[in-house]
Ligand binder design. Structure first.
Ligand code: AP5
Length: 212
């Protein structure tokens, strides 16, 4: 299964990618996590991307296309993958098409902006593996410790309210056009994000298994 997860920042793409990964045994590829790792490690790409990510802007398409081309050529992508947060411009979608990547389904998770503002203020992420939690909606078993790898949970720098507002504006302007792009290709399935993680997962798995 080759799947794209589309949705605003904080819509729950990363959270649902973990569920889909565990269910279908395919890797999840988050360009956000790849870039944050590069920033942490101080690589050349990381230092180029840092100012964009911290300002809530999109990293230039050519950097993203390079990342995705390299990652999709890895052995673990042979039986399918989930693209979490990429493509997020029409130019990135066209680049994927040009690479000959045949996407089966594009899952669009819809959540209203005011709900997203609330969600991102309570998000915690693992500084080591990138797993995502929420202080109220998806707490870790031990406070501030990742259930998956035991890493320290942190607040993402770009979850500050002013930056979230900018990320939402960028989403509506540059990423939302992909809804029409993939609808025209007959690939889009829209799922309304629910008030809790499990209800959203149920709708997504039903849609992927053709029950939705
Ligand atoms: P990225 O890391 O991809 O961030 P994003 O798309 O802004 O999305 P988020 O990770 O913030 O949210 P999410 O939808 O994964 O939600 P989550 O599951 O965590 O990108 C960051 C930056 O990198 C970009 O701004 C850009 O600069 C750059 N970048 C990355 N990819 C790029 C690209 N392709 N092109 C250009 N630039 C790129 O959930 C959010 C919170 O809500 C969590 O706390 C979670 O526990 C909680 N939650 C989830 N679902 C529910 C629910 N149903 N009910 C209640 N709470 C819920």
């Amino acid at each position: 299964m080759k799947l794209i997860l589309l949705g605003a920042p904080g819509a729950g793409k990363g959270t649902q990618a973990e569920v889909i990964c565990d269910t279908f045994h395919i890797p999840s590829i988050s360009t956000g996590n790849i870039i944050r790792e590069a920033v942490k490690n101080g690589t050349e790409m990381g230092s180029m991307a840092k100012e964009y990510i911290e300002a809530g802007k999109l990293v230039p398409d050519e950097i993203i296309i390079r990342i995705i081309k390299e990652r999709l050529s890895a052995e673990d992508c042979k039986n399918g993958f989930i693209l979490d947060g990429v493509p997020r411009t029409v130019a990135q979608a066209e680049a994927l098409d040009a690479l000959g990547v045949e996407i089966d389904r594009v899952l669009n998770i819809e959540v209203k902006d005011d709900v997203i503002m609330k969600r991102l203020s309570g998000r915690r992420v693992c500084g080591a593996c990138g797993a995502s939690y929420h202080v109220q909606f998806k707490p870790s078993a031990k406070p501030e410790i990742c259930d998956r790898c035991g890493g320290q949970l942190i607040v993402r720098k770009d979850d500050e309210p002013a930056t979230v507002r900018e990320r939402l504006a960028v989403y509506h302007e540059q990423t939302e056009p992909l809804v029409d792009y993939y609808t025209a290709k007959g690939k889009l399935v829209t799922v309304e994000g629910q008030e809790n993680v499990e209800d959203t997962s149920r709708l997504i798995l039903a849609a992927l298994e053709g029950r939705g």
